[in-house]
Design a binder for this molecule. Structure first.
Ligand code: PLP
Length: 410
């Protein structure tokens, strides 16, 4: 007889974006003429950069000839991309990395979800709240999160992020083993300062904790002085794994490519107290369960680092950040309390009149026909907040703000 992994049965039955899609479909069925504007799911809308398209075509042509055809790639990814990553994303920030520390992947979701494979189930968890749901759910799936009670997992220490603490939580009072941080943050669109990040690194070093640092939105940072990588902080290589994604940086949500940094000096402890390096364990895990990202995807990602690729990718990022500015200004002028949207493509607003996130969702859908994401879907502390994305078309974004302003009576 085969037994099920009962941890899966503890997960909430439906997924946030499935719930939203269901509610929007029901509304559209009842109101077929309503022009709904979707500012909910965090997917990009603008096409790939011309430099990326050119690289893709070229790589496909290489696959068509016997002499240049490629099969399985190297375990860590092709050296040309690892090199480009080190030279462009890290060296200019004073961070030196070995090629073996860079693991090319098919996007940050896989690795942020899978990284727990190399860490013991007895580890205690600390999550900022609200949070990208993959960190919580992937730990719940293997049993590390405990049980779900009143919307919170019993073995997770939640650190609330709200307007009062500027969306950077207080350090835990007790020792925790694994900490998930994501800055610039999804869903709140807020950032962490160097001093605040240093406090987390110092905490992790003092307590033997490991920080999972998700930097998927670092390319959106506009202001000087905000850290793009946790390794800008001294000592972070001894306590942090960092995840990067080309999804939002270069519109790769459908292409699929990203990378993870597992420093060679990063260690964790066995039950008998021995220190063990994590980089070889992650390498072993990837060699066993992952067969790499295609050569074609690698060449597409490499093109982002060429001078024209950099310029084109930047232009698209600025287009989205232009949307964010329009949204921030319109919402603020309409009297809403707005956060984020300065160094990240997400706007996080406080729901008016004490409405719950889902009440505001319903009202926004039935009133100005705008779809956003209820904050509570990202964790208990998201209640009373609402997320709008800046990844839409400019026209949609402007129309949405006009409707919203009119609806709010401003
Ligand atoms: N990390 C964060 C914080 C995200 O918001 C997302 C996607 O929305 C991801 C990781 C996953 O990105 P990818 O498309 O690279 O899997």
């Amino acid at each position: 007889m085969a037994f099920v992994n009962e941890n899966f049965l503890k997960l909430p039955v439906s997924y946030l974006f499935t719930d939203i899609a269901r509610k929007v479909a029901a509304f559209q069925k009842e109101n077929p003429t309503a022009q709904v504007i979707r500012l909910g799911i965090g997917d990009v809308t603008q096409p790939l950069a011309p430099a990326v398209i050119e690289a893709l075509h070229k790589a496909v042509d290489e696959m068509a000839k016997k002499e240049t055809f490629r099969g399985y790639g190297p375990e860590h990814g092709y050296a040309f991309l690892q090199q480009a990553i080190i030279e462009n994303d890290f060296l200019p920030r004073g961070i030196e990395l070995e090629m073996d520390e860079v693991f090319v992947n098919d996007g940050a979701k896989s690795d942020t979800g899978n990284i727990g494979d190399i860490l013991g189930l007895q580890n205690t968890l600390c999550m900022t709240d609200p949070i990208y749901p993959v960190y919580v759910d992937s730990n719940a799936m293997c049993g590390r999160a405990g049980d779900l009670r009143d919307g919170a997992w019993s073995r997770i220490l939640y650190r609330p992020c709200n307007a009062e603490n500027g969306f950077v939580p207080a350090l835990p009072e007790q020792a925790v083993d694994i900490i998930y941080l994501c800055y610039p943050n999804n869903p709140t669109g807020t950032v962490i300062t160097r001093e605040q990040l240093k406090a987390w690194v110092d905490y992790a070093l003092a307590n033997g904790s490991i920080i999972m640092y998700d930097a998927a939105y670092e390319a959106y940072i506009q202001e000087e002085g905000i850290p793009h990588s946790i390794y800008e902080i001294e000592g972070a290589k001894r306590c942090a794994i960092e995840f990067h994604s080309y999804s939002k940086t270069a519109g790769f949500t459908g292409v699929r490519c990203g990378y993870t940094i597992v420093p060679l000096e990063l260690e964790a402890t066995t039950a008998s107290g021995e220190r063990v390096a994590l980089n070889p364990l992650w390498n072993r895990r990837q060699c066993t369960k992952f067969n790499g990202t295609s050569y074609i995807q690698h060449r597409a990602a490499e093109a982002i680092y060429t001078p024209e690729g950099k310029r084109q990718v930047r232009e698209t990022i600025q287009y989205y950040m232009g949307n964010a500015k329009i949204m921030r200004e319109a919402l603020t002028a309409a009297g809403m309390r707005v956060f984020g949207g300065v160094n990240a493509p997400y706007i996080w607003l406080q729901t008016p009149d004490g409405l719950t996130s889902w009440q505001f969702f319903e009202q926004l859908l039935s009133g100005p026909h705008i779809v956003g994401t209820p904050g509570v879907g990202f964790g208990p502390s998201g209640e009373g907040y609402f997320r709008l994305t800046a990844f839409g078309d400019r026209g949609d974004c402007e129309r949405a703000m006009e409707r919203l302003t009119k609806w709010l009576g401003k």
